[in-house]
Design a protein around this ligand. Structure first.
Ligand code: ATP
Ligand code: MG
Length: 332
């Protein structure tokens, strides 16, 4: 894709669990991530001073301090509180009254003020498989937020962003998959044109809460075990790992079935008569063995399109942000 020469453009992946900002600096991609979560702590001038000194993103107001981003997790664990999240299932969280304010603050602390006319592309999920499009509010609100900060904001579908960032060598033809916290997003693209995209609401949060309901532990505790030590290969010595194995399998099967259904129903996909690569990305695709397990389940399934190979994005947590940046850099 042709670069528009605008080197100050930004890409931001606005995810249910993390915000990831991508920028280009002297030809290199640079990434910065923050947890999309916050926690309230009682106000004290000492706490505020320390937070400032440690450059921890926070907001002081009405006798309390709201700590947001990466540190919110640790603080919540220490204080025995639950973190609060601005988004659920890929969209602004309807049951969190502060979701929009907090998300605005977090985005502002990452992107800063634009230097002159600056384009920013932000990721948006696709509609859930088989459901009506319910994304207008989320997409338009984020656009308003970014435009309000002085940027020229444009949305980009998350699965398409994965195609932009990882399938250039295949002429942006293939299936981009982002397995996140709230959703798995899929986009089948032909020559960079999105042909079919959809999401399913089974992803990392689903794995955590389902496993927690079996083992009786807190979902956040399960998440930490999953991120630190879960892998597909070998025997599961620990109960938690065995339970996690079950729910990862459930997720992969839903994803493959969803793809078969969406690509089969549209009929269009079959007309692309060349084998397509599948590119896996997102935090939920990171456990060792995920790619192999996904390919095994896919190959066992009747599939309406030919799949040439199943690939893993080199940096699964950065793919969508990098793709959003590509969209911003190439939009005239
Ligand atoms: N190393 C890891 N191993 C296993 N799971 C991980 C790892 N790192 C992150 N995750 C999981 O990946 C999920 C977050 O992935 P990601 O950052 O791609 O999601 P997101 O973009 O915030 O969410 P969404 O796209 O659904 O809105 C979380 O469920 C997290 O627990
Ligand atoms: Mg995501």
């Amino acid at each position: 894709m042709k670069n528009n020469g605008n080197t100050s453009a930004l890409g931001i992946d606005i995810g249910t669990s993390r915000l990831c900002l991508a920028r280009r600096n002297e030809g290199e991609f640079q990434f910065e991530s923050q947890l999309n979560a916050f926690v309230h702590v009682p106000y004290s001038p000492i706490t505020e001073g320390v937070l400032k000194k440690e450059k921890i993103p926070h907001t002081a107001r009405n006798g309390e301090i709201v700590v947001h981003g990466n540190e919110s997790d640790k603080l919540a664990e220490l204080l025995g509180m639950e973190i609060r999240r601005t988004m659920s299932r890929g969209m602004l969280n309807p049951s969190e009254p502060e979701s929009l304010n907090m998300l605005r603050e977090m985005i502002a602390s990452m992107v800063g003020e634009p230097e002159g006319k600056t384009r920013i592309a932000f990721t948006v999920p696709a509609a859930p498989l088989g459901a009506a499009d319910s994304l207008t509010y989320h997409e338009e609100t984020l656009k308003q937020v970014l435009n309000g900060m002085g940027y020229e904001a444009q949305p980009v579908n998350e699965g398409l962003a994965v195609v932009y960032s990882e399938l250039e060598a295949q002429n942006f033809t293939g299936i981009g998959v982002s397995c996140g916290a709230g959703l798995c997003n899929v986009c089948l693209a032909y020559l960079a044109v999105p042909v079919i995209s959809f999401s399913i609401a089974q992803a990392g949060d689903y794995i955590d809460s389902s496993a927690a309901s079996v083992t009786g532990e807190r979902a956040n505790h399960i998440r930490l075990i999953k991120e630190e030590s879960f892998h597909f290969n070998g025997h599961f010595a620990e109960k938690t790992h065995q339970v996690l194995g079950v729910y990862h399998d459930v997720l992969i099967r839903s994803l493959v079935e969803g793809m078969a259904q969406a690509f089969g129903a549209a009929g269009k996909a079959a007309r692309i008569n060349r084998p397509l690569p599948v590119m896996l990305s997102g935090g939920t695709s990171m456990p060792a063995g995920f790619r192999d397990r996904f390919e095994k389940i896919l190959r066992e399934h009747e599939f309406p399109v030919q799949v040439s190979e199943v690939l893993m994005a080199p940096e699964p947590l950065h793919s969508a942000a990098k793709g959003a940046l590509t969209a911003a850099l190439t939009t005239p």
